[in-house]
Design a protein around this ligand. Structure first.
Ligand code: BGC
Length: 448
C-alpha cells in the first residue's frame, strides 16, 4: 500500500542485545555481568531461566548473519558486552572478546548490513557493581574508557553507534524497583543512576568522536512512552501526576541530551533541584554534546492517574486504559497511534533541538506456535504510524524491529517471544515466522 512507501535511503533494521542472545557467559575470558549474578537469585527470573546459553549466538554468528541477509536488512543493531571486552569493567582488555565483535562487524559488512552496535544494554561488569554500579560517578568514567577501547578496535568500520540502551528502564527496573539486575530497590533514591548513565553517555560520545571514523554517527536509544489519562480520570490532580510521570520517564532523559538541562523534578516532589549534589559543574555540557540522532524505543503508551495514597512515595499511579485494546502475550496494549503521537510530540516539544529520529526498537511478544498474524498486524500498524509521523514533518530515518530472534526476555526468561525468527531453545533451531516473510517483503518493496 501507499502507506508503506518510504524513501529509498530509509534504514530497515532489527535489534538484539548481548545478554539476551549470546550465551557463552563464561567463555573466552568474559567476566561476570550483573545479569550473570542476578539470574542466580531465587525468584528473580521466571522458572529460574538464565542467559547462560540463550540463542547461543556467540557460536552461531554466521548462521544468524545469513538469516539477516535473507531478510534483506540494511542495518543490524546488536549490543557489545562490556565484561567480554573488559572482564573487570576497567583495566585489562580481553582480546578474544573484541575478536568476536570484530568478526561480527566483518560478517555484517560482507553481507551488506550496517553494523549498529550499542555499547551498553544493561550488562554492567559485576566488578563495577561491587564498587557501587551506576549509583557512583566513577562508573561514568569507566564507561567512557570502555567506549574508547571499542572505538579503537571497531571504529574504522562502524559508521553508526549507540551509546546506552534505555537508561530509564535500567534505572527504574534495575535500581528503583529491583526487578532487573542489579536488583536494588532504592525507589526514588535511584535517581543518581540517571545522571551517571547520562554523564557516561557524554563521555562515550567524546571517546567515539575521537576514536571512530570522522563520518561516524552517534545516537542514544531512549525508551519513550507517551503519557495518557483515562477519560474518567482527568482532574487537575491526574494531570499533575501525568506530568510528573512524563518528567521521570521521558524528559529526565531527553531534556539534558537535547536542551542541556534537567526538568524541574522538585515541582513534583521527586528530587531537590540539585539532586543532592550529584549533578556537578559542566556535567550538562558533557551530556548535551550534539547527537547525530535520537534513538526511540517504543512499545506502548502509559496511563497515569493521581496517586491513591500521595504519602506512599511516588507522585502518580500507573493505570489501565479504558479502551479494549488488543493485548500482546505480555499483556501490553497494542496502540500504534501512540507512536505517531510520541514522534509528533517530540518534534513539537524540542523543535530544532530534535536531531533525526531512529526507531531503535519496536515489536511484540506473541504466543509460540500460532500463525503469527498478530505480530504482522502489530508491525504493520507501527510502521504505518512512523509513516504518518513523517508526513507530519518528523524526520525519522530508520526503523529497527525488536527482535530478530526469540531471546532471553529478562525477568520473563524465555517465556516472551519477540522474534521474527522462532528459536527452539532445546535444539537451537531457528525457524523464520510469517512476520519474517512479511518484513522481508516490506523491505524488498522499498527498493528502487
Ligand atoms: C529492551 C529490550 C527488551 C524489550 C522488550 C526493551 O525495553 O531494550 O531488551 O527485550 O524492551 O521488553
Amino acid at each position: 500500500t501507499d502507506l508503506l512507501r518510504f524513501p529509498a535511503d530509509f534504514v530497515w533494521g532489527a535489534s538484539t542485545a548481548a545478554y539476551q542472545i549470546e550465551g557463552a557467559a563464561e567463555e573466552d575470558g568474559k567476566g561476570p555481568s550483573i545479569w550473570d549474578t542476578f539470574v542466580r537469585r531465587p525468584g528473580a527470573v521466571r522458572d529460574g531461566h538464565t542467559g547462560a546459553v540463550a540463542c547461543d549466538h556467540y557460536h552461531r554468528l554466521d548462521e544468524d548473519v545469513a538469516l539477516m541477509r535473507r531478510l534483506g536488512l540494511d542495518a543490524y543493531r546488536f549490543s557489545i558486552s562490556w565484561p567480554r571486552v573488559l572482564p573487570a569493567g576497567a583495566g585489562r582488555v580481553e582480546p578474544r572478546g573484541l575478536d568476536f565483535y570484530d568478526r561480527l562487524v566483518d560478517a555484517l559488512l560482507d553481507a551488506g548490513i550496517e553494523p549498529t552496535p550499542t555499547l551498553f544494554h544493561w550488562d554492567l561488569p559485576q566488578a563495577l557493581e561491587d564498587e557501587g554500579g551506576w549509583m557512583v560517578r566513577d562508573t561514568a568514567y569507566r564507561f567512557g574508557e570502555y567506549a574508547a577501547v571499542v572505538a579503537e578496535r571497531l571504529g574504522d568500520r562502524v559508521r553508526r553507534w549507540i551509546t546506552l540502551n534505555e537508561p530509564f528502564v535500567h534505572m527504574s527496573f534495575g535500581y528503583g524497583f529491583g526487578v532487573h539486575a542489579p536488583g536494588r530497590a532504592l525507589m526514588l533514591d535511584a535517581l543518581p543512576v540517571a545522571h551517571h548513565q547520562l554523564l557516561g553517555h557524554g563521555l562515550a560520545v567524546a571517546a567515539l568522536r575521537a576514536g571512530a571514523r570522522p563520518d561516524a554517527q552517534v545516537l542514544i536509544a531512549n525508551n519513550c512512552s507517551p503519557v495518557r489519562l483515562r477519560a474518567d480520570a482527568a482532574s487537575a490532580a491526574d494531570r499533575l501526576a501525568a506530568d510528573a510521570y512524563d518528567a521521570l520517564h521521558n524528559r529526565l532523559f531527553n531534556d539534558p541530551l537535547l536542551l542541556g538541562r534537567y526538568p524541574d523534578l522538585s515541582a513534583y516532589g521527586l528530587a531537590d533541584p540539585s539532586w543532592g549534589g550529584v549533578v556537578q559543574d559542566d556535567d550538562l555540557k558533557v551530556i548535551a554534546a550534539p547527537l547525530d540522532g535520537l534513538g526511540v524505543n517504543y512499545y506502548n503508551p502509559t496511563w497515569i492517574t493521581a496517586p491513591a495514597d500521595p504519602a506512599a512515595g511516588l507522585p502518580f499511579d500507573l493505570a489501565e486504559p479504558q479502551e479494549a485494546y488488543r493485548r500482546t502475550a505480555f499483556d501490553w496494549p497494542v496502540v500504534p497511534d501512540g507512536l505517531t503521537e510520541l514522534l509528533v510530540g517530540l518534534k513539537a516539544g524540542y523543535g530544532d533541538a530534535l536531531p533525526p529520529v531512529w526507531i531503535t526498537e519496536n515489536g511484540c511478544s506473541e504466543p509460540a506456535g500460532v500463525d503469527d498474524r498478530a505480530r504482522i498486524d502489530y508491525l504493520a500498524g507501527h510502521v504505518g504510524a512512523v509513516a504518518r509521523a513523517r508526513e507530519q514533518g518528523v524526520d525519522v530515518r530508520g526503523y529497527f524491529t525488536w527482535s530478530l530472534l526469540d531471546n532471553f526476555e529478562w525477568a520473563e526468561g524465555y517465556h516472551q517471544r519477540f522474534g521474527l525468527v522462532e528459536v527452539d531453545f532445546e535444539t537451537q533451531t531457528r525457524t523464520p515466522r510469517a512476520s519474517f516473510e512479511w518484513y522481508r517483503a516490506l523491505i524488498a518493496a522499498q527498493r528502487p
